[in-house]
Design a protein around this ligand. Structure first.
Ligand code: FE2
Ligand code: FE2
Length: 509
């Protein structure tokens, strides 16, 4: 049997076969019988109580959708009690009273009652009021669910969009959140590309066929293909498109008055179209996402600027030592190969990259005659040279963003057996970045030409690293670099090419 509540709203909270429960509190057997009959004829499940004392507990146990009661029997205190309990505060309370004074009605509403009807009443009016109360309850419930979903979505996006280098995963999450939140069936996320001229598909979900594909592009200002039926020609960047035929909306993501992209979304087959509430929610979601994406982009720009400064700094050091041109970037390349081989997460690879690029930055403090001396250094000169590790760490110590980067700079000359410098650390006491950079540093020193000798083949350098396993080098890392070599990730011609910074950044995406 169908319920009397609006099927559209009811379907969002309960199924049609789920009957509405009404608790009727009435002491007169005659009135009980008439009311019960009328309510049941409307499809409600009715429970009758004649003892007001039992109403509060029956409301908790039976979870009625609505309570009908006469305050002459129960008093306003009972209404207050129902409306202040966590378990029953959502239950609608309709009072049926013989008292017609305005003061009584005010007292009733003040106690929390949802409606007030004076006896005698027309049963049609009573039934209409019951229907109205249940409808209001449904729409409150639906909007609460929607706002819960919205809050969850925003939190989801806030915590998901955190990476500075990789946006695609976050865009996938954003789309999933939007689909779940809007109860939608399929959709896609489009972002404005680097040049700012095109929209590019970055994520697609739920299409069986005929939907957009990742990397599809569309010139800005053109319409989304699914929306060709849309009535007006307003460019896509400034409004929410709704194509009733295709039941598709395109919600623009706008941040700082600039179009960042958009979410294209379709409701489920069963939903005719998005409600104004859902559309608002999608707008809210899209603008939050736009801000996150824009911030991520800005952060990437700042990071990229920061990395460029670091590369220039390292380049200045390499230039001072004419024989090691490009050394820092090549060391960073090998360090990343080792870091990836041992499964370092992305969040660690980025500081590893910076640490490796900056590992010799302290050489700026070393006099040129020592740094550029073509012959072997004297013991005193070597002591001065050794100072570069500490000097580099000290130079950068005041930059909080480099906290994770500095140990690799200070300790990149520590040997596994404790025979290195500057701190004479051994084994796992040596910071991990220091142990990794040491391998990259040794590999580059062996494989590049120096004034007093030419570079050795990669195979010989690899053999040397294997020999130093457990004495100079961390055995696990020596195994990792060997494994990378065997897989062809390190090859004979590699030392001849010095990578650029963006080539390296790509390695950690
Ligand atoms: Fe060094
Ligand atoms: Fe070095």
């Amino acid at each position: 049997m169908r319920t009397v509540a609006s099927p559209q709203t009811a379907s969002t909270t309960r199924s049609d076969v789920d009957r509405r429960r009404i608790l009727l509190v009435e002491s007169s057997p005659a009135a009980q019988s008439i009311l019960r009959g009328e309510l049941e004829a409307e499809g409600y499940e009715v429970k009758v109580l004649d003892d007001p004392e039992k109403v509060a507990s029956a409301a908790v146990e039976g979870r009625p959708d609505l309570i009908l009661l006469d305050p002459a029997n129960a008093g306003f205190d009972l209404v207050r009690q129902i409306k202040s309990s966590q378990e029953t505060m959502e239950t609608s309370v309709v009072l049926l009273s013989t008292r017609t004074e305005v003061a009584d009605k005010i007292a009733a509403f003040d106690s929390g009652a949802d409606d007030y009807l004076t006896k005698p009443y027309f049963s049609k009016e009573l039934l209409a009021r019951v229907r109205t109360r249940l409808r209001v309850r449904d729409s409150l419930e639906a909007s609460r669910q929607l706002s819960n979903q919205y809050v969850e979505m925003l939190f989801g996006i806030g915590s998901a969009i955190t990476s500075v280098f990789k946006l695609d995963d976050e865009v996938e999450i954003l789309l999933r959140q939007a689909l779940v939140g809007a109860g939608a069936h399929c959709g896609s996320v489009w972002l404005v590309d680097k040049g700012g001229r095109n929209l590019q598909v970055r994520a697609v979900q739920g299409y069986r066929d005929g939907g957009p594909s990742v990397d599809d592009t569309l010139p800005l200002g053109a319409k989304i293909p699914a929306l060709t039926g849309a009535a007006d020609d307003t460019p896509v960047e400034i409004r929410l498109y709704e194509d009733r035929e295709a039941r598709t909306v395109f919600v623009p993501m706008v941040a700082r008055e600039r179009l960042v992209g958009g979410i294209e979304i379709q409701p489920r087959e069963s939903a005719r179209r998005f409600s104004p509430m859902q559309q608002k929610m999608l707008f809210g979601l899209a603008s939050q996402a736009a801000i996150f994406i824009e911030n991520t982009r800005l952060e990437r720009e700042v990071r990229s600027m920061f990395l460029n400064i670091i590369v220039s700094l390292a380049g200045a050091v390499d230039a001072k030592d004419a024989y090691t041109h490009g050394h820092s970037l090549r060391v960073a390349r090998t360090a990343l190969i080792v870091g990836r081989e041992i499964g370092l997460p992305r969040e660690r690879l980025e500081p590893l990259l910076m640490s490796a690029i900056l590992h010799d930055v302290g050489k700026i403090a070393i006099p040129d005659e020592i740094l550029q001396k073509p012959s072997r250094l004297t013991d005193e000169e070597f002591e001065v040279m050794k100072g570069h590790a500490k000097a580099g760490a000290k130079m950068l110590a005041h930059i909080p963003a480099l906290g994770e980067v500095i140990p690799g700079i200070r300790n990149h000359h520590e040997d596994w057996d404790g025979g290195g410098y500057p701190d004479g650390l051994a084994g796992r006491d040596i910071p991990e970045f220091g142990r990794i950079i040491l391998i990259g540093d040794a590999f580059d020193a062996m494989t590049t030409d120096r004034v007093y000798r030419s570079g050795r083949p990669v195979s010989a350098a690899m053999e040397e690293i294997r020999q130093g396993r457990g004495t100079q080098f961390d055995p696990d890392l020596a195994d990792a670099v060997w494994s990378a070599y065997e897989q062809g990730k390190i090859h004979e011609s590699m030392p001849q090419h010095t990578p650029g910074i963006y080539e390296l950044i790509e390695q950690i995406q």
